[in-house]
Design a protein around this ligand. Structure first.
Ligand SMILES: [Zn+2]
Length: 155
């Protein structure tokens, strides 16, 4: 084992590294200047996020009235939290998407509905329907948690 000490590195060809000037590329966007600009323009990430959210077109967008605030249920166990968010976004393991992703041969629900979407499961499926609907799931009511626990699908 070779021990390297001192100011000479094996790749420096025996030259000293102590007085070597390092040529760095000059930053085109120095963080200090960026910070000054943000302060001068009174940048507010919450305000920007609200504007972006208002312009966006996402499923169940109306559930979120304050996009800069946390939604309910963040302290729930992960599996419940995940399922609630999948219902909020309409992007869960429902028949429709499993069929789309080629994991199922059909998008149909076992109740007879041709297309088993997340909205169908929560709001209109005669076997599973949650009376408070997607809104109740979003608000994480006590009944919503009970419904999630009893739900026979792994969304
Ligand atoms: Zn159904």
């Amino acid at each position: 084992m070779m021990i390297i000490s001192g100011t000479h590195h094996p790749t420096s060809g025996g030259k000293s590294l102590r007085n070597k000037t390092i040529n760095k590329l000059k930053s085109r966007k120095p963080p200090g200047l960026t910070a000054k600009n943000l302060i001068n323009t009174q940048f507010c990430s919450g305000k920007l996020w609200n504007e972006e959210w208002t312009k966006s077109h996402v499923t169940n967008k109306d559930l979120i009235t304050r996009p800069d605030k946390n939604v309910d249920g963040m302290s729930l166990p992960r599996n419940q939290w995940t399922t609630i968010n999948r219902i909020r976004t309409g992007q869960g393991r429902c028949g429709s998407l499993l069929f789309k992703w080629s994991y199922k041969d059909s998008a149909a629900c076992d109740c007879g509905e041709v297309d088993q979407t997340m909205i169908h499961i929560v709001e209109s499926c005669p076997r599973r329907l949650f009376e408070q609907g997607t809104e109740g799931i979003h608000k994480v009511t006590k009944e919503a948690i009970e419904w999630l626990i009893e739900l026979d699908l792994d969304l």
